[in-house]
Design a protein around this ligand. Structure first.
Ligand SMILES: NC(=O)c1ccc[n+]([C@@H]2O[C@H](COP(=O)([O-])OP(=O)(O)OC[C@H]3O[C@@H](n4cnc5c(N)ncnc54)[C@H](O)[C@@H]3O)[C@@H](O)[C@H]2O)c1
Length: 367
């Protein structure tokens, strides 16, 4: 007999990421070559939302580890972005350059649809708005479609805008003024997010130093803003006399060496997973460097695509992304009050919202 008053199983191992996820779905369609995993970390605040990464993982285990981490991160990002959305993510295993086809994307769309709205998808590494248009032919739970199809389009617009809001908050906290006027900002990576961030910085009167491995990307910025200074690489950028370091390329920018070398007093950029390993947030704090947590300041992109669920409106989405300024200030204040690094304070605030707002769903609605 089932003991209805019995305790449910509790996961005691913090390392076992999978045990904490609500649902993990393996999807396969042999003919089109679809091999995907959708992970829903939680739906405490609403349906889960997160992009689809199309990537040639070495094996299924590597893909699973990635999607479990990414879906968890989305839950935290969506919670602090003030969205009524939980955390989810998907990975398609394969090379997007050779493996992508209409049949594969539509097969994937049917799996997304089969979840009945528990998971909304969007673009990520290896997938584009045009791909989401195709997925949306099989599913109503798709965001990040092209503007022509009623979508939010390129999410880097509000990602860059949100990073700029986070940087203004960091400047306010550090210098007592939210303007970046006269500050030197080092931007690493001037792709979709980085080059738009530079537009905001130049408009605000900041001096910009940048680096990128792509000469083409550098030239695009130089044409728009001939006054920017270009340096060779991260080593030179982080050793330069800058006030703010903005990692906008790949993850893991903040490792022990970089933190030790850094001359900036603020780190605030668009890249995901900037901290190379746990403990770096403390190294930054110990050196007196203010770190604006990546998933908080780069949430403008998810705010932009989430708005599509209600029929996309750029003004409304931009107004919501403007709130990243207040949220970032709130995190700095909570960090100071609790005596912890901002990254820890951000996690705590996200967990609190998921728990407090998620709990009210237990109120019986009476129908
Ligand atoms: N696009 C979005 O809406 C969005 C949203 C949230 C987070 N992010 C994150 O922001 C970061 C940038 O995204 P993006 O959309 O601009 O990508 P992107 O590919 O358009 O730009 C990345 C740029 O970084 C450069 N780069 C790569 N390695 C480098 C290195 N070692 N040193 C210097 N430059 C290097 C590339 O040449 C490229 O110009 C990623 O970490 C991404 O996950 C993006």
């Amino acid at each position: 007999m089932t003991d209805v008053f019995g305790l449910s199983h509790k996961d005691t191992s913090p390392a076992s990421g999978q045990a904490k996820h609500e649902q993990v779905i393996f999807c396969s369609d042999e003919r089109s070559g679809l091999h995907a995993i959708i992970a829903i970390y939680n739906t405490a605040l609403g349906p889960s939302l997160g992009g689809t990464r199309f990537y040639p993982y070495e094996n299924e285990q590597a893909a699973l580890a990635d999607v479990l981490n990414l879906s968890r991160a989305m839950a935290y990002k969506n919670a602090l972005a003030g969205l009524d959305l939980g955390g989810g993510k998907a990975v398609i295993i394969g090379d997007p350059a050779t493996g992508k086809s209409e049949a594969l994307l539509r097969a994937y769309g049917r799996f997304v649809q089969s979840l009945g709205g528990r998971y909304f998808t969007a673009c990520d590494v290896g997938t584009y708005s045009e791909d989401m248009d195709i997925v949306a032919r099989e599913s109503s739970y798709v965001t990040g479609r092209t503007v022509a199809n009623g979508g939010a389009g390129d999410s880097s617009i509000l990602t860059a805008y949100g990073v700029f809001q986070g940087m203004r908050a960091a400047a306010e906290h550090t210098y007592g003024a939210s303007s970046l006027r006269g500050r030197r900002v080092g931007v690493e990576g001037v792709g979709k997010v980085g080059h738009r961030l530079i537009d905001h910085l130049v408009e605000d009167g900041a001096e910009v130093v940048l680096c990128d491995v792509s000469e083409q990307a550098v030239e695009r910025v130089r044409r728009r803003h001939p006054q920017v200074e270009v340096v060779a690489d991260r080593l030179e950028l982080t050793g330069a006399d800058i006030d703010v370091y903005a990692p906008c390329a790949l993850g893991g920018a903040l490792d022990d060496d970089t933190v030790a070398r850094l001359r900036a007093t603020i780190v605030c950029g668009g890249a995901n997973n900037q901290l190379a390993h746990p403990g770096v947030e403390k190294e930054l704090a110990d050196r007196g460097i203010l770190y604006a947590p990546d998933y908080v300041v780069n949430s403008g992109g998810v705010i932009q695509v989430a708005d599509e669920i209600h029929g996309f409106n750029m003004d409304r989405a931009r107004a919501k992304a403007t709130q990243i300024y207040d949220t970032t200030l709130k995190i700095f204040a909570a960090a100071a009050e609790d005596g912890v690094p901002p990254a820890v304070a951000a996690d705590r605030l996200a967990e609190r919202r998921m728990s407090e707002v998620g709990r009210i769903r237990g109120i019986w609605l009476g129908h």
